[in-house]
Design a protein around this ligand. Structure first.
Ligand code: MIC
Ligand code: SF4
Length: 642
């Protein structure tokens, strides 16, 4: 067996190992944060659960940290009290980014982790099967029920060779994206093997696993080996280590190989992470802002390297350089070694230990500004500035470029910088508030400030559905397009009526107002609808406004599951050309929806042109019954679970 098959077999709760068929996995650990946790915890409560049933579940506060008003303070108070009530760990603001902290303190080889965040995949760096999902799926898993997904194909990525000086794990991630594109990983798990892995530390593997989601993959996984043991030893938790690898004769659905020796510094250019070029091709391009951090590249190794590059030098006056360490552990190690002082002396601004700039929470660039970042997504508007141009590259490229104020190939800097890791990282878990024992939770009241609005309820699907085409969109629509990032909108994650006013606002600001009054609505799109984040608000809030079906060529996995969970039909064109005959304002009708079944093909009638066309419902029976009920919460209510 390959490594993924071994972990799936050990966690299989439902279904069989038939490719494409749905399986149910037991989930050992879960994570949510302060952008997704509000809904997940409200849903956990609405599902009637009173105590988590996983080995460990955590709430992190890392996304929604800018106190722009009372809203996110309300959210944090809600999350902290819900953690106490239901038995979760609560990671206080200032502790760090969920994925960096999971890696440092909690990830365990061979365990399953379900996280309400797409970059949960980072845990794959230590042999954890770590998958991102919508908050409702995570709520169900917290209650001890399986997580369902179609049995993935396993793609082997055979690594050989060794990275040349100044070439980094980020360049590996970008090379993979360049080869697979933002949809080449769909329905797949990427499993890394090969003799070259001994040359990649856990930190480097984490960068690669993190960005695997950008290929549309379900996740990525590395074997747990001596490098993993070394990482755990330095984190003071060698007892969590166990060796894990694929069998020698393991079989895979697809195989590709990558020789690390051949790589050179790479950069993703606007506006997609798979739009990859060589850094040398862009050398000389003036940048306004450089932002170093995010769950992709904010480790001790990354930031110590940046500090070593900047030490004793000054950045040019036109440039804004911001640095956001990934965890409190990283920040205090930088401080202890004087690296923080070196960064400050060079002219860098030290940001809060959090996601921050990565999803537009502060540091929005100027109009048409050029921003070079070490994060993982450069979708339009992601930085908070619609017209900004975002480039993604390694911390090394970012730091050397910061010295010049223009994009620079880091190989021009000089001899390579070698960072030695502390024998034992500073271990201080004081900002993790541990769970309250079950017998002490009865008196705990969950705090609900005015920003915490009740969950909306949705009607079951009727037998016929007639409505208007509200938007016709292109390929690779991101969840940032559906629900934009940025501090002001993020503060409304627990308030569906308010956040709904921003749906599709970067693409068509008239959509929310139109959808509210039009009655049932349809959105038409191309390939890979809903790529990117796990935010279920990109399904829940449109459903609240009246969106009833998305007709697309194909869907990103998490988004499709979220649409189902909130009762929106994800319909796939059987003939992609049909999409070009549909225009905004036309009326469509679907009939005989009571007969829907897994794999049904439906005829949609375009009432405006009179032309029928066909779409497919590529769902399991379980999902069909959820959509018919009006979503998972409505189904649970119908079955008297709540
Ligand atoms: C992201 O990187 O886009 C986020 C913000 O972390 C999201 C989570 C969210 O928007 O709720 C993700 O990746 O899932
Ligand atoms: Fe946070 Fe950015 Fe990572 Fe998302 S991608 S978890 S916003 S740091």
């Amino acid at each position: 067996m390959n490594l993924v098959q071994k972990i799936i077999t050990a966690h299989l709760k439902a279904g069989e190992m038939t490719p494409g068929r749905e399986i149910g996995l037991a989930i050992d650990q879960t994570l949510v944060h302060d952008a997704t946790g509000q809904m997940a915890l409200l849903q956990f409560e609405a599902l009637g659960f009173s105590r988590i049933k996983t080995i460990r579940s955590l709430i992190y506060t890392d996304h929604n940290i800018l106190q722009v008003g009372f809203e996110n303070a309300d959210d944090h108070a809600f999350l902290a009290s819900a953690a106490r009530k239901f038995g979760l760990y609560y990671s206080k603001t200032g502790n760090g980014i969920c994925h960096q902290l999971n890696l440092e303190r909690f990830a365990i080889p061979g365990q399953t982790l379900l996280g309400a965040d797409s970059h949960t995949t980072t845990g794959g760096a230590v042999g954890e099967l770590a998958i991102g999902a919508g908050g409702l799926d995570v709520a169900v898993a917290m209650g001890g029920l399986p997580f369902f997904l179609p049995l993935p194909e396993i793609m082997k990525i055979e690594i050989s060779g060794r990275l040349a000086p100044w070439v980094t794990a980020k360049d590996v991630a970008l090379k993979i994206l360049n080869r697979l594109s933002v949809s080449g990983g769909r329905s797949r798990i990427l499993e890394f093997t090969g003799e070259g892995l001994k040359n990649l530390s856990v930190t480097e593997r984490a960068t690669i696993a993190n960005m695997s989601i950008e290929t549309g993959a379900i996740t990525a996984i590395f074997p747990s080996d001596e490098n993993t043991r070394d990482f755990f030893r330095r984190q003071g938790r060698e007892s969590d280590y166990q060796p894990l690898a694929a069998d020698l004769e393991a079989v895979y659905d697809k195989e590709i190989s990558l020789d690390l020796t051949d790589l050179e510094p790479l950069i993703a250019v606007p506006h997609s992470p798979d739009n990859v070029k060589k850094v040398s091709e862009l050398a000389g391009l003036k940048v306004d802002q450089i932002a170093i951090g995010s769950c992709t590249n904010s480790s001790f190794q990354d930031l110590m390297t940046v500090a070593a590059i900047l030490k004793g030098r000054k950045i040019p006056t036109h440039l804004s350089l911001v640095i956001a360490p990934g965890s409190r552990q990283v920040l205090s190690e930088l401080a202890k070694r004087g690296a923080l002082a070196d960064l400050i002396a060079a002219g860098a601004r030290i940001m809060e230990v959090a996601c921050g700039f990565c999803n537009g929470v502060g540091q929005a660039p100027k109009t048409k500004g050029v921003s070079l970042r070490t994060s993982n997504r450069n979708f339009p508007g992601r930085s908070g500035t619609k017209t900004a141009e975002l480039f993604l590259a390694s911390p090394q490229t970012a730091a050397v470029s910061a010295l010049n104020g223009f994009i620079t190939d880091p190989r021009t800097f000089g001899p390579p910088i070698i960072i030695s890791l502390p024998a034992r990282f500073e271990l201080d878990d004081a900002l993790f508030v541990p769970p309250v024992p079950a017998e002490k939770t009865e008196a705990i009241i969950i705090e609900r400030g005015p920003n915490i609005k009740p969950l909306p309820c949705f009607d079951p699907l009727s037998d016929t559905l007639e409505g208007e085409v509200m938007l016709v969109l292109g390929d690779n629509i991101t969840t940032d397009d559906i629900l934009p990032a940025g501090a002001h909108i993020l503060a409304l994650r627990s308030n569906i009526p308010a956040i709904a006013n921003y749906i599709f606002s970067n693409l068509d600001p008239t959509y929310p107002a139109r959808q509210k009054v039009t009655g049932p609505g349809f959105v038409v799109s191309g390939r890979n609808y809903g790529q990117g984040s796990s935010r279920e608000h990109a399904a829940l809030a449109p459903r609240y406004l009246g969106l009833r079906a998305v007709l697309a060529e194909s869907f990103a996995r998490i988004c499709k599951a979220n649409l189902v969970n909130f009762g929106i039909l994800p319909l796939e064109f059987t003939d992609p050309a049909a999409r070009w005959d549909i225009h905004p304002g036309q009326r469509l009708a679907l009939t005989e929806l009571d007969k829907l079944a897994a794999g049904s093909t439906l005829t949609v009638k375009n009432l405006t042109t009179g032309t029928p066309f066909k779409v497919k419902l590529d769902l399991s029976e379980r999902q069909v019954s959820i959509v018919k009920a009006g979503g998972l919460l409505a189904q649970a209510a119908k079955n008297h679970l709540i």
